[in-house]
Design a protein around this ligand. Structure first.
Ligand SMILES: NC(=O)C1=CN([C@@H]2O[C@H](COP(=O)(O)OP(=O)(O)OC[C@H]3O[C@@H](n4cnc5c(N)ncnc54)[C@H](O)[C@@H]3O)[C@@H](O)[C@H]2O)C=CC1
Ligand SMILES: N[C@@H](CC=O)C(=O)O
Ligand code: NA
Length: 917
């Protein structure tokens, strides 16, 4: 048979001559260029010329027809006209992507932004339309005449969408087609109504209109931008044959022939094709059944040997575990790559990947499938391909996903008589088969003394009864000791290529389960290397999933953080964490998740991380009554995160008294609260002994000099063998501020109020003025240096007037303080008269094993007289720093610097846990 085709087999000479003709004739200014180098298909592809020089001005393949019209070829040669290979990219947009006219326009924009030479776009019907169409059929065959109204709704929906999206001639021709299709449907539905029955092909014919309309609308929307685009009714192209209940197989040969024929008539660069629908070899309309449009995309991708098939959807890609089954969306991870087999394995477990059937057509040609989110174009999506590029053999990369199956029962058949007796397992499983139960996993130890297998719980009674009947004699004779049923089981399956052949993977899995205190009832690992399955108690399943998932998918330096005391320092810390979290994650692989915040009256808990942009609001609105024991339990019961830290930002002695227990539970502790380290010596020593014997960390840099590196400097000196002789300085930001500013005519009480306002004071400023806060710091440094002093060993000069020591509140104290201003003014003038200033200092005298805190007068040129603001100055005199002390100076109080010091401790912790430095 002879036919006319657009793009015959040509060679370079022909192209050159065609091009010359056009140039010379200057006719339609169209040309095409033959590019053998690009061709990987049937002996040569035709590439439509890019605009090149003066004579190549149009890329529309439709315009090639006149040039090609003179060439006739045999129809059998038709397969040489469809270019195949890398120039094609295939996109598939599901119903949600096509849900509204705006979305259809976005789809058009995405297609247009793909720079591939040729694009094949498969679309589903607009969202809900397929259901509406099935409903029409259902109503008609049930003789419910409201099908007419329902058909009208379908019509209205598409008319409204088209009016929004299109205009002019495009709109007119779409609407005229829509009108005519709806009239045909009306006739068809009326026939179904009369017959009270719809054949499968009638029903498929009706339902497929959703795709016909959405494809046409998208094609017009793309054409609006001037791009050459045709739409394809895939019933003319895709040929399938039934292969089982609700299942069809593509006829690749016939489909390819038809596609080539179609293409020879309409060789557009962009083709919008209907997903889901197809026809039989006898041209009867049918559908590709479940997940039909994905299947269409994969088949068509294979027919054109596409570079890639992109499935556009509304999620960022394939999740490492189903976020609806135990994990939250923030826990589940989007996988960047998956092998075909992994995707296959995952879909068995109900993961929202592709139906296994969808993978087969592309798998044979190694065409990658990429799942992407059309509502988040910046997300790269998940690529499913033969050998993922990042599969470099490290332990974490071996595991791709986790899945669970609930409502199972284990059957355990046990006995010494089973060993070495051929046919035992065959007998067991033929019994299971006879009762029609589905075996989900099997495990048999090599000693052959027991075989266990999992079946759905609802089938286990029948299985057990049948096994008892079948093995009655063996049980009676003792060859079998028991047929046992363990109800309430779940499966946790771990999927990953090469997992089973990489040492250490199962160790990591079982270690994670052990740490979460989960008992594993049975294990199965096939040789397929894709799956390790463990059976556990159903009630443990979610915990197991989270523990195992976090072990493989979280950064090793993920820290679950509990903040106690969201006051000035705690609150500032939370804000700093909020601002810096993303940077830490990106640059240092440190993932900080605040999973709890507790104040004295309310607490806020989260399993996976509180949204820090609104922690204050959440703490106000969604909090529960504070309960420190529950708060700590929430931390220790969390099995998602491998490392946990409690940050005590209170000034509370009772909170500090729990550090020992927390460290014992394996929870790290960080604090600016001085109470633990300056409290009773025996408790302090016990705490430090525990800390040093365990790998649980305790950091408290901000207890002295706020964010200044005081504790770390001292530790550095001590740990490198230096000997501390004396530590002396101004340790109180509040008192430093007060005496730096208590000058001229200013009153003492005013300056104290300013220090409080600036956030330098303790919650009760009397702790500062009494010298207790400085004494605590002296004790902390003394103990750090190896001295065994109690707070009561430090003589302190209190600045709190005796009469105010018993005030019931800090407010009352502040109100009464002005009555002592005159006394202070007097002390100041005396010092001034001597050319001196007042400074409140602390001393650790390591040589004489004592500490001291007092108000001293210094000459105006003394370094301690040179300070400003809330400056602390700390001088370390040591064996190495004997002539000149090592001095640290800077603001030693205030919200930002103190919270910064606490934050620094958190990073110190992360670094101890292995974060990059
Ligand atoms: N303000 C500063 O410049 C510095 C402060 N620090 C220390 O930081 C800690 C916090 O100080 P600020 O934030 O200024 O005090 P703050 O009074 O503003 O905040 C403390 C918070 O802890 C809460 N809280 C008290 N007892 C609690 C309990 N049992 N459970 C839960 N929450 C409780 C309070 O309600 C308040 O929200 C103190 O230990 C202080 O010594 C350390 C260095 C410098
Ligand atoms: N109130 C303290 C805060 C730091 O510890 C001070 O004033 O230094
Ligand atoms: Na410090």
């Amino acid at each position: 048979m002879t036919g006319r085709v657009a793009l015959p087999v040509v060679h370079r000479a022909m192209v050159a001559s065609l091009a010359t003709n056009i140039r010379q004739g200057g006719t339609s200014a169209q040309c095409w260029k033959y590019d053998l180098s690009q061709d990987r298909s049937l002996g040569g592809s035709v590439r439509i010329g890019q605009s090149q020089g003066s004579f190549l001005t149009h890329r529309s393949t439709n315009l090639l027809r006149p040039a090609a019209a003179a060439i006739s070829v045999e129809q059998d040669d038709v397969n040489t006209y469809l270019p195949k290979g890398d120039m094609w990219s295939v996109h598939k947009f599901g119903g949600t992507c096509m849900g509204t006219p705006q979305r259809i326009q976005s789809v058009a924009d995405i297609v247009l932004s793909d720079s591939s030479e040729r694009k094949l776009v498969i679309v589903s019907a607009m969202s809900k339309v397929t259901d509406m169409m099935y409903n029409l059929v259902h109503k008609a065959q049930s003789r419910d005449d409201s099908y007419m109204i329902a058909l009208e709704e379908v019509f209205e929906k598409h008319m409204a969408a088209a009016k929004d999206l299109l205009d002019g001639e495009d709109l007119a021709s779409f609407l005229s087609q829509l009108h005519s299709d709806v009239s045909s449907l009306r006739a068809m539905l009326s026939a179904i109504y009369i017959a009270g029955h719809a054949t499968e092909s009638f029903s498929d014919f009706v339902v497929g209109h959703g795709e016909l309309w959405s494809a046409q609308m998208l094609s017009y929307a793309i054409k609006k931008s001037g791009a050459p685009c045709s739409w394809m009714d895939t019933r003319e192209v895709l040929v399938v044959k039934p292969s089982g209940p609700n299942q069809v197989d593509p006829d690749y040969l016939e489909s390819e022939k038809r596609l080539q024929k179609w293409f020879s008539r309409q060789p557009a660069e962009i083709i919008v094709a209907t997903g889901f629908i197809a026809s039989t070899a006898e041209n009867i309309p049918t559908t590709l059944k479940r997940d039909g449009s994905d299947f269409s995309a994969a088949i068509i991708g294979s027919l054109v040997r596409a570079r890639q098939v992109t499935i556009w959807t509304d999620v960022d890609g394939v999740f490492s575990a189903d976020p609806r089954k135990g994990l939250s969306f923030s826990e589940a991870v989007i996988l960047s790559t998956l092998s075909y087999q992994e995707a296959w394995e995952m879909s068995y477990f109900g993961a929202n990947v592709l139906h296994p059937r969808t993978i087969i057509p592309v798998m044979k040609d190694n065409i990658p499938i990429v799942i992407r989110n059309m509502f988040n174009i910046s997300a790269p999506g998940t690529m499913i391909c033969r050998q993922p590029a990042n599969d470099n053999g490290d332990l974490d990369a071996c595991v791709k996903s986790f899945a669970t199956i609930d409502n199972l029962a284990l059957v355990n058949v046990e006995g010494t008589g089973m060993a070495g007796v051929p046919g035992t397992s065959s007998a067991i499983f033929s019994v299971v088969k006879d009762v029609g139960a589905n075996v989900i996993m099997i495990s048999q130890a090599s000693s052959e003394h027991s075989i266990c297998f999992a079946v759905p719980e609802k089938e286990v009674a029948a299985v057990s009864a049948a096994l008892h009947v079948r093995f009655r004699e063996a049980l009676a004779a003792g060859r079998l000791s028991k047929v046992e049923v363990i109800n309430g089981c779940s499966i946790l399956a771990v999927v990953g290529l090469r997992m089973a052949s990489t040492p250490g993977v199962s160790a990591m899995l079982f270690d994670a389960l052990a740490k979460a205190n989960i008992n594993v009832r049975a294990i199965a690992q096939g040789c397929s290397e894709y799956n390790i399955t463990v059976v556990l108690k159903q009630e443990d399943c979610v915990r197991a999933l989270r523990a195992a998932h976090s072990r493989f998918f979280l950064s090793k330096t993920t820290l679950a953080v509990g903040i106690i005391g969201p006051g000035l320092i705690g609150g500032t810390l939370l804000n700093q964490l909020k601002d810096q979290a993303a940077v830490l994650k990106e640059n240092m692989n440190i993932d900080l998740r605040v999973i709890g915040i507790t104040g004295s009256s309310t607490m806020l808990l989260s399993d996976t991380g509180i949204d820090l942009t609104q922690w204050k609001e959440l703490l106000r609105k969604e909090a529960e009554p504070a309960d420190l024991a529950n708060f700590v339990r929430h931390m220790s019961d969390n099995h998602v995160f491998p490392n946990k830290v409690l940050v005590d930002c209170t000034a509370d002695t009772s909170v500090a008294s729990h550090y020992y227990d927390w460290l014992k539970k394996g929870i790290h502790v960080i604090t600016p609260n001085k109470k633990a380290n300056s409290g009773p010596l025996d408790r302090y020593l016990k705490l430090r002994t525990l800390q040093r014997a365990s790998y649980t960390h305790y950091f408290y840099e901000a207890t002295v000099g706020a964010g200044l590196p005081i504790i770390s400097t001292l530790r550095g000196l001590l740990e490198t063998g230096d000997k501390i002789l004396r530590i002396e300085g101004i340790f109180s930001g509040t008192l430093s501020y007060i005496f730096n500013n208590f000058e001229g005519t200013r009153t003492f009480s005013n300056v104290v109020a300013e220090a409080k306002e600036a956030g330098y004071t303790e919650p009760d400023p009397r702790d500062d003025l009494s010298g207790t806060d400085v004494a605590r710091k002296v004790i902390i440094l003394a103990r750090e240096s190896g001295l065994t002093l109690e707070l009561s060993d430090i003589p302190v000069k209190s600045l709190v007037p005796e009469a105010l020591a018993s005030c019931s509140s800090a407010d009352e104290f502040m109100q009464k303080l002005p009555s002592f201003d005159e006394d202070w003014a007097k002390q100041r003038s005396e010092a001034e008269a001597a050319g001196e200033v007042l400074r409140y200092v602390g001393v650790v005298d390591a040589v004489n094993q004592k500490g001291q805190v007092e108000l001293r007068r210094y000459k105006r040129d003394h370094p301690f007289a040179q300070l400003s603001g809330s400056d602390n100055i700390i001088a370390f005199t040591t064996s190495r720093y004997k002539e000149q002390p090592l001095i640290v100076r800077g603001p030693g109080a205030g919200a930002e610097v103190t919270a910064g010091g606490v934050f620094c401790d958190m990073l110190r912790l992360a670094s101890s846990l292995g974060a990059p430095s």
